[in-house]
Design a binder for this molecule. Structure first.
Ligand SMILES: NC(=O)c1ccc[n+]([C@@H]2O[C@H](COP(=O)([O-])OP(=O)(O)OC[C@H]3O[C@@H](n4cnc5c(N)ncnc54)[C@H](O)[C@@H]3O)[C@@H](O)[C@H]2O)c1
Ligand SMILES: N[C@@H](CCC=O)C(=O)O
Length: 492
């Protein structure tokens, strides 16, 4: 409904294709919209299988954007199909994808075991683990691992598994027989590889009403050595356990980041420094680690002043405009209950790959990257347009003459393998189309591309959307947990 509302609010008609498992609730939701006055033709329900109805909709030229919730694998398929065409404005097809996670929780030795166990049960096993945000990998400091796992197994033994229509039920079934088979296959494969597997014994029949008739999977713990042993999200009540040593916290965080997912991350600690360390650790493999508002302003100001010395008034004015709206590094306090501190922060995305057809286009791209605290990585020479050797991108020697303060924030690519987190393009449609296809074919995270036609920036007909070069992060801190901060204990 969130997606439908957003599309309607922007004035678009909607073709709503629900998951094949949930057509009835979707039909009811659409019925309510019609009853509320949304014209029948403006929201239409198209239930059916993803491979047929979903795939046909995505491929249809008349569809001008896709909002998707589902697995990362299907999101990639959709991105590749959409990459075969541009939208009516000659831009990459809009795709908003809410996908899966390899969600981890880090528990150090200062955490209160009872609170850890309560949170783990809710996060890993509520909705039978069928939430994008559900906990998949519990990382426990080795000194406290045995104690916490013993408590967790005891608590799992108390879970009531059965028909969710009963209030006493804790864990219901998974969505269908295919999901049950996939999960059981994962559990058996891990068991066969020698991993320790724990599942609670089923309690008496009254506590497990309906178990025999449904697609149930027992809540399961699987011990693993490292997160990279998991190649996919396991969407169900299966929790993986890693024991880590405190000095290895940094490499644990890096390994979590390397999975390429970045949906949710939990932390149980009573040490403020650990909260800061974990919540500020970069969540992707980018060159730029943090960007404060002040630093972004300083860099963009230096760039504007340099542009003035080069008589590039147009780009200098663009920097002026951007300087009025620097939001990278901002943190907003969100309302929440007493004992909870909720913040929403805007961070840089990392490295922005810049592909320009003209010098002014390239300089405008650098302004956009700096205004958002990002690193600009310029595509070099004809390497980025192998399909069109005649294409002659602008000379990039000017990058070497930029002020020293920008030294680590702009570079020209050395190899096609240089990583990046978003793309800015300036040029003609004929060159954009192959670029969009190439980016969609890459493995790893889905990468957004923004394009403007040559000349459109200069005439102010078009501009990059700076918000799309930022990443959002929300942190919820339970300050009341475990009776407060452990450092207070040292004051006496
Ligand atoms: N990030 C979020 O907000 C969020 C929220 C809920 C669920 N999820 C994720 O969703 C996944 C579970 O949902 P699911 O099993 O329905 O996911 P799924 O990827 O199997 O299916 C999602 C949708 O895509 C359709 N589809 C399948 N193949 C298609 C194709 N080739 N072309 C077009 N459409 C196609 C399906 O019919 C369905 O409507 C999990 O990975 C979960 O993490 C994410
Ligand atoms: N916001 C939801 C996530 C939906 C994904 O499945 C939750 O956390 O329960």
């Amino acid at each position: 409904m969130g997606q439908i509302s957003a599309a309607l609010a922007a004035g678009n008609p909607v073709l709503a294709k629900p998951a094949e498992q949930t057509p009835l609730i979707a039909a009811q939701a659409v019925r309510i919209l019609h009853e509320a006055g949304v014209p029948i033709g403006v929201v239409q329900l198209l239930p059916g299988a993803g491979e047929t109805v979903g795939a046909a909709l995505v491929a249809d030229e008349r569809v001008s954007g896709v909002m998707f919730t589902g697995s990362t694998e299907v999101a990639r398929l959709i991105a590749r199909t959409l990459a075969t065409r541009l939208d009516g404005y000659g831009k990459p097809m809009p795709l908003i994808a809410e996908t899966g996670g390899q969600n981890a929780m880090i528990v150090d030795s200062s955490a209160l075991a009872e609170q850890v166990v309560a949170d783990v049960l809710v996060s890993a096993f509520d909705s039978a683990g069928q939430r994008c945000s559900a906990l998949r990998v519990l990382c426990v400091q080795e000194e406290v691992a045995e104690r916490i796992l013993t408590m967790l197994k005891g608590a799992m033994q108390e879970l009531r598994i059965g028909n969710p229509a009963y209030l006493a039920t804790d864990v219901g079934p998974v969505i269908d027989t295919a999901a049950k088979a996939t999960l059981e296959n994962h559990i058996e494969t891990m068991r066969a590889k020698g991993h320790k597997v724990f599942q609670p014994r089923l309690l008496d029949a009254s506590a497990t009403r309906g178990f025999a008739n449904g697609t149930f999977v027992l809540p399961t713990l699987i011990e693993i050595e490292a997160i990279n042993e998991l190649k996919h999200e396991v969407f169900g009540p299966v929790l993986h356990i890693i024991r880590y040593r405190r000095p290895a916290l940094e490499s644990l965080l890096k390994a979590i980041n390397r999975t390429g997912y970045g949906l949710t991350l939990g932390l149980h600690t009573r040490i403020d420094e650990t909260i800061t360390y974990v919540s500020e650790a970069p969540r992707n493999g980018s060159l730029v680690e943090t960007a404060t508002t002040r630093a972004a302003v300083a860099r963009l100001t230096a760039y504007r002043d340099w542009l003035t010395t080069q008589n590039d008034t147009l780009t200098a004015l663009r920097c002026e405009r951007y300087l009025k709206h620097i939001i990278v590094g901002s943190t907003f306090i969100l309302p929440g209950p007493t004992g909870e501190e909720n913040t929403y922060s805007l961070k840089c995305r990392g490295t922005i790959r810049c592909e320009a057809a003209t010098l002014s286009g390239a300089r405008a791209q650098l302004a956009a990257a700096l205004a958002t605290g990002n690193h600009a990585l310029f595509a070099s020479g004809s390497a980025h347009h192998p399909a069109d050797p005649s294409h002659n991108p602008p000379e990039m020697a000017w990058v070497q003459t930029l002020p020293a303060i920008l030294e680590h924030h702009v570079s020209v690519e050395r190899s096609r393998e240089d990583p990046f987190d978003a793309v800015l393009f300036e040029g003609e449609r004929a060159l954009l189309q192959p670029l969009v296809k190439r980016i969609a074919a890459r493995p790893g995270p889905l990468i957004g591309i923004q394009s403007v036609a040559t000349g459109a920036l200069a005439s102010n007909e078009d501009d990059y959307i700076l918000e799309q070069l930022l990443s959002e992060s929300s942190v919820s801190l339970n300050t009341a947990a475990a009776g407060g901060n452990a450092s207070l204990l040292m004051i006496t």
